[in-house]
Structure formats: C-alpha cells, structure tokens
Design a protein around this ligand. Sequence first.
Ligand code: ARG
Length: 459
Amino acid sequence: SANTMWGGRFAAGPDAIMEAINASIGYDKRLYAQDIAGSRAHAAMLAAQGILTHADAEAIGAGLLQVLAEIEAGDFPFSAALEDIHMNVEARLKEVIGEPAGRLHTARSRNDQVATDFKLWVRDQIDAAISGIEALQKAFLAQAEAGADWVMPGFTHLQSAQPVTWGHHMMAYVEMLGRDAGRFRDARARMNECPLGAAALAGTSFPIDRHATAHALGFDRPAANSLDAVADRDFALEFLSAASICAMHLSRFAEELVIWSSAQFRFVRLSDGFSTGSSIMPQKRNPDAAELLRAKLGRILGANVALFTVMKGLPLAYSKDMQEDKEQVFDAADNLMLGLAAMTGMVRDMTANRDILEAAAGAGFATATDLADWLVRSLNLPFREAHHVTGALVALAEKKGCDLADLTLAELQSGHPGITQDIYSVLGVHNSVASRTSYGGTAPDQVRAQLGRWKEKLG
Ligand code: ARG
C-alpha cells in the first residue's frame, strides 16, 4: 500500500529494494531525543503563534513525551517502511493521540527537521569531545607533574637529539589537546544557528516564530537563509575535521607508546588493564589499545573524506545523498569518544621507567649541542665553527666507543685548545635540561610554569 506520510499521489507502495536503500531508521533512530525535542519546540511555537490550538499543542507535547518514554524503555517497534526517525515518531504519535498528530508537521519539512536534529546531536557530541579531551589533558598533567624534572631523550627523526624532561613531553600533548578542544569550541559557536522553520527550502507562509524555536532549543539564533539551513552540512564536516585532527594527535602518542613500551625501549610500562597477552608467547604484553588508537584516525578521517565526497557538487537545497551524512558522523563520534577514554586510561595508569629514561637521555651524544653552546659562550666561537669542532669530538668519542663526557680533557682540547675542565658541567643530561630556560623550553622550572597555567585553566 502507499505510504501514509506521502503516498497521496501513489497507487502502489515501494519495492522492497527501494525500501532497503531508502530507509535510514536503522541508524537515525539515534536522533530520537533530538527529534522529539525539536517537535515539542515546534508545536509549542505553533500554538503561541495561533497556528495550532493550545489543546492540540498540549496533546502533541504530552504524546511526544510518551513516545520518548517508549523509545527509552527499549521496546519501540521501529519500522523501515516508515523510513526514518521523523516518520516513526510521528506515526506513533498518531496512534497515541490521533488526529492532532497530523497537525504537527504544519510549517515544517523533514529537511529542516533533520538538519535541526542532527545539529543538536553533533552539538552534544562536541560537548562530550571537549570533556573527553579535558579528562585526557588532566591525565597528561598528572604525569607531567610527577616527572617534571625526569630526563629522557628528545628525538628528531627518532634519532637522539637533545635531552628533554618527561614533564615537557607530556605537556606537549596538553598543548595539542588544548587546541583540539578549541577547534571543537569554535565549531560549536559557528554551528549554533537553528534550521527549524526553513521548512523544505523556501521558508513558510505561516506566521511562525523562528526566534522562539531557536531559543527553546538552545541555539543562538535562527539560520538566516532557509536554503542554506537545509542544504549545508558544514557543521558536520567541521566536527569531523576537528575530530580528525584530535584523532591524529591521539595516534601520534599511541605510536610513541607502542615504541616506548617495547622491550628495546622500556621507557614506559603500560598497566595490566591496558595491555593484552599472547596466546602463544607467554612473555608478551602487547599495547593493543595504543595500536587500535593509532588506527582510529583511519576511520575518523575516512568518515571526513566520505562526507566531503557526499557533499561535493550537490546542488542546493536538499538531496537524499545527504542522508549518508549520519552513519559517518555517528561512527566517527563513537570512535573518538572511545579513543579519548582509552587514551585517558592508558596515560593515567602507565608507569614511566625513570632510570631507563635517564640512561637513554645521554645516549647518542645528546649533549653535543650543549658542548657547542659552551664553545660559543666561553670561547666566543661562531656557532658554525663550534658545531664543526663538536662534530669532530663526537666522531672521536664514537671511534673510542664512549660518551662525550668520557673523553679526557686532553682529548677534548684536541678539538679546540681553549677548552677547560668547566666544559664537563654541561655534558650531563640534568645540566643540559636545566639550562634550557627559554620560554617554553624543557627546563623543569619552565615545565612547572606550563603546568601551573594549565591546572588553573582546567580547574
Ligand atoms: N532521512 C532523511 C535524511 O536523513 C530525512 C530527510 C528526508 N527529506 C526528504 N525530502 N526526503 O536526510
């Protein structure tokens, strides 16, 4: 039989395959709470404007609450024949309250309805992402505070570069995550305009009050152009873009954890709770959560690319292509939240091996720059010449198979006759990090300053 919502001009119902490709209820039922909130705001506004009687609006409002309770109870009979969440809710409302249900869709279309529902949902996810990020920042802060002055190797090209502090490395992620949260906040501020009342695309001839519905749903204002309001999904793309960047950051730390937890590095020990064993190799403690986190960017960025590709080239206003927006965003959001929670647990529970970090900090002639800087400071050598002298001394130490600090004074003087005993003071890793007191540098005092600023910010 023809569809009860739009079947007036149809003699026959859809082919089963048509129904299968068309229905979105399998996933957009996740929008039920937003859909009902939007409908309740719409009905109340219609009554306030004299478009609906107060009696009808009250019946609709109460009926929608009953539908909400039924869905939340978990036994709601979602129907693919009713396509999507909007028509499933309305059809049930009709069963519950009868005729007034048919008046709810006055001055509204599923186009502005779905844009509103989806925006509300994405907005909630932005708030969840920001709390997830802040929880992770706090876990990094705790690690940074515990080891503000622990020394470890700093790398470029994954080759020993200069010693840094554990706290400094942890705080680097606090900064990245801070910008991630900022991107979500910016996206939230930009997207917070209400599509409801744009109707199908052109607005409506009914005397609606879009400011009232926008306000009731917590939007800053109604969207100013009805075509734009139903046609764009840039808010979802901004969410996915911010999520992709955040997931990229998680993936980088995940990679560091995979390396650091290996038997070759042993910089950190992941907790039992965030490690897995092997069914054949009894010695194994695998960093599976970190590996999965490294992979999550694949699907989150994949969702971003998918939605860009859906939207690219769509003429205004609504096209059904846009129904493909939701699964991508749902999957990306679920995986971002899970990833943030997993990373928070891993960071909170991991143990840094302070002694191993310190022993590794000096390896690979990591204080060579300190030696060169000493030559500049004490002998007034141009940095390029100091670099050259130091390079020769590194080559000498490498040939002897020892560290720079193990070279005798006579050997050091073979590099430059002006070198004195005083140079040994800069060859130790603790002196090295303590000397890097420039703003944002790795010196423990600088790290503690960053820490203090973030602790205040995060409360
Ligand atoms: N399920 C649809 C979606 O997600 C709702 C909007 C349908 N609008 C329409 N004109 N068919 O996009």
